[in-house]
Design a protein around this ligand. Structure first.
Ligand code: 9MR
Length: 750
């Protein structure tokens, strides 16, 4: 897996990081080694450097600087020291005293690489007071280097201010700081809502090995149901001793219920459908604020309005005429529009493809399934600029991305014509926060790949059948592009992304296109009914393979997308009954996994190794369960799908809802350059309905590595903006949430 990089180049405007405490620095012990020279500014400021715009000097044994107003970025004014050595895996206590006058200014204190690409390994951004404070926190170095720097970035203020610094220390050999998440009451429930006629399960963390009594209480504290827990032993996904609770027999409705067991009272929850109707829309509204190439209207998303990003207005270099990387193509493309992939400003065809498919499929399922309610996704439901145009809003939103995907196709007459460029993004990684319109990096097209081309073929083919009733010309254009992409992919069946192409954007590497071929052929067949595509589907080794593993399906494993659509969308495919049966058998596997998990999620990866974006893999496994219900009608599949939502909404080891704004305690510090309130109080948190990536055993980012070393399964997560490997937001992840929220809402009977 490629480690992604973040530079220290860019700014952070504010506020303290959670781990930061105002404590005096501890004295050095025997094995503790100071890495910073002259941190006390004793008689000289050497070997510290300052940027040329600072008037710095010693004052009362400190280094003080008049910071000019009117610089644009945090990094435009800084004090630092280079040539610092760090050892991989060793823990360091980073401490300093600082003051700022007038009060309220922010210093971004960074330990990172002193040269390009300026990787950040640790950072804190406290707001300074006039009388000063001492700040101290511990982190673990993810690298071996002798080219580290400690830097204090103080630019970006409108007016001149005075910054003073003293007692800077980076002490090696300290014990790592143990992170103890606050997990609240030991009774773990879906903190949002259970459906009145749906399953109702909870998990109790306890030392007890024998069954315990539980009570369900309504908002006024009256016990409305009671029973006994089921001891489940040690749960592999968390390392905890747990019991499960089943209170599904209770069918009352209301808000403010709690579950009581072992002397603990759960966080409150509803029994009703309303929350899922909201979540169905909020999870889809998320896409409007991810849009590139259009100003976000504050009247449509109060608090989220912002100028258009990447439309060739400085400092953006724009997406209007983007060249290939040096040595690549001889043309430029207009690749404006689309959604930003995640917390970065990159746009990737492979991930855009699966995300678009899942939104289109949310709508297609609503059209086709017995319980589907397509009107709930109709025109006027999402408060987007296109609302009122008589086209279902979910289709309008997906089209924003589809138009971008179509622009990524190599033009006729060029080498590899008909293929799609893998991605377009910044030449270098940028720091946080950074509004899309403020990104100064040059943008580059990366080489076409077979996988990107087939993502385009699959989604454009699917679009052709879904948009036909609303816009015939667009449907025709999409199908033409899909056919062209298919032909190009057949001619170039093994052109893969370079796994090392991860500077400035994610690599999205994948060295097997069999699944993308299967998926694209399936969509082309379902839209055209043509024999050539049926033959390809029937001849694919994946058509009959067991593709329903625990890690589910995602941008790199797309065969399930094809199989689900072949099962759900009417066609004359020979052997279609067997296809439908295979989905139900896949669902049986996920149900078995769910039953084995005391937290009730359909996810049991080998060795409890949670993957990057595990929350969406769980939701995608739930999509398989939901589809089995749509196909076979047996309640156990519906109940399994619904129970999976409990995990995401709070019934988990961390007692957190991973959906912003849903549940008493929810993720809200997801890694994003523009929903970055944790770093700048003038910016918003992610919008309600934003899914966090979730526990990731790989903990690839330095922040998670410092806090979560040795974590077990569900504990490999931290709600901090710096943890891009456990806590990012992403278009493909929210799509899985949207599809499941829509399914759950459809199961309500009110
Ligand atoms: O979601 C992607 C995950 O499956 C990969 O393991 C990881 C590393 O390649 O990249 C993830 O995708 C990120 C992408 O590379 C850049 N934009 C943010 C994406 C979400 O973290």
């Amino acid at each position: 897996m490629k480690r992604r990089r973040r530079t220290t180049l860019l700014c952070a405007t504010a506020l303290l990081a959670a781990a930061l405490t105002a404590l005096p620095a501890a004295p050095a012990g025997a094995d503790e080694v100071e890495q910073v020279k002259n941190g006390g500014f004793d008689g000289t400021s050497a070997p510290w450097w300052t940027t040329g715009n600072l008037t710095a000097g010693l004052s009362d044994g400190r280094l003080c600087a008049d910071v000019p107003g009117g610089t644009a970025n945090r990094w435009d004014a800084a004090v630092g020291q280079n040539d610092i050595a760090l050892a991989k895996g060793e823990s360091y206590r980073f401490s300093f005293s600082a003051s700022g006058a007038p009060e309220g200014h922010v210093v971004r204190a960074v330990v990172g690489l002193a040269v390009e690409p300026y990787d950040t390994w640790y950072e804190v951004s406290p707001q300074l007071g006039v009388s000063g404070n001492t700040y101290s926190s511990t982190f673990t170095s993810p690298v071996d280097t002798d080219r580290a720097q400690v830097a204090f970035q103080v630019g970006g203020a409108a007016q001149t201010w005075r910054f003073c610094l003293d007692d800077v220390s980076l002490l090696g050999g300290v014990p790592p700081e143990k992170y103890e998440p606050d997990t609240g009451p030991r009774v773990r429930v879906n903190q949002v809502a259970y459906l009145p006629h749906g399953p109702k399960n909870a998990t109790l963390v306890t030392e007890a090995t024998r069954k315990l009594p539980w009570q369900l209480k309504n908002a006024s504290g009256t016990t409305v149901a009671h029973g006994w827990t089921t001891p489940r032993g040690t749960d592999a996904s968390s390392g905890q001793n747990v019991h499960s609770v089943d209170f599904g027999a209770y069918r009352g409705r209301g808000t403010g219920f709690t579950l009581v067991a072992d002397g603990e009272t759960s966080r409150p929850f509803d029994i009703g459908t309303a929350a899922y109707e909201h979540l169905r829309l909020d999870s889809l509204k998320y896409y409007y604020t991810q849009r590139s190439g259009i100003a976000i209207r504050d009247d449509l998303r109060p608090g989220y309005g912002r100028p258009a990003g990447h439309v060739d207005v400085a400092p953006n270099r724009g997406d209007g005429h983007v060249p290939c990387q040096p040595g690549g193509c001889a043309y430029t493309l207009d690749v404006t529009g689309g959604w930003y992939d995640a917390g970065d400003h990159g746009k990737y065809v492979v991930n855009g493809g699966i995300a678009t498919w899942e939104l289109l499929s949310t709508y297609e399922r609503a059209l086709l399934a017995r319980t589907g309610k397509p009107g709930r996704l109709g025109d006027g439901t999402l408060a987007i600029p296109e609302s009122g145009n008589k086209v279902p809003d979910v289709l309008d939103e997906a089209r924003w991305e589809l138009e971008f995907l179509l622009r990524m196709q190599v033009p006729d007459g060029q080498p590899l014509a008909g293929m799609a460029h893998h991605k377009i993004h910044d030449a270098q990684w940028t720091g946080l926060p950074l509004l899309p319109g403020d990104d100064p990096q040059p943008r580059e097209l990366h080489p076409p790949t077979t996988q990107a081309t087939l993502n385009l073929a699959a989604t454009a083919a699917q679009a052709a059948r879904l948009y036909r009733p609303y816009d015939r010309a667009f449907a025709d254009r999409a199908l033409t592009a899909a056919r062209k992409a298919w032909t190009a992919a057949r001619a170039h069946p093994a052109v893969y992304a370079d796994p090392d192409d991860g500077v400035g954007g994610g690599a999205y590497p994948d060295d097997d296109a069999t699944d993308e071929f299967y998926w694209a052929a399936a969509e082309l067949y379902l839209t055209t009914g043509e024999k050539q595509f049926a033959d390809f589907v029937l001849g694919s080794p994946l058509h009959t393979a067991d593709i329903f593993g625990s890690r589910g399906f995602d941008w790199g494993h797309t065969a399930v997308a094809g199989r689900l659509d072949l099962a759900l969308v009417p066609s004359r495919l020979p052997g279609r009954d067997a296809v439908r049966r295979s989905v139900v058998e896949g669902a049986d596997k996920h149900l078995a996994a769910l039953d084995s998990q005391p937290y009730g999620m359909p996810y049991a990866p080998e060795d409890t190794l949670y993957d990057w974006g595990s929350n969406h893999q769980i939701l995608n496994n739930a999509v398989v369960l939901a589809t089995a219900y749509d196909l076979a009608g047996a309640a156990r599949y519906r109940d399994g799908a619904l129970q999976s939502m409990d995990y995401v909404l709070g019934r988990n080891a961390l007692n957190i809802s991973y959906v912003t704004g849903y549940g008493e305690v929810s993720s809200h510090h997801q890694h994003s350059r523009w929903y970055a309130r944790e770093l700048d109080p003038n910016l918003p948190d992610p919008p309600k309905g934003t899914l966090a990536g979730g526990p990731n055993s790989g903990i690839q980012d330095p922040y998670a590595q410092s806090r979560l070393q040795g974590c077990v399964g569900q504990f490999c997560y931290i709600d901090d903006i710096q943890s891009w490997s456990t806590n990012e937001t992403a278009i493909n992840w929210n799509a899985a949430l949207a599809r499941m929220a829509s399914f759950a809402a459809d199961q309500g009977r009110d």
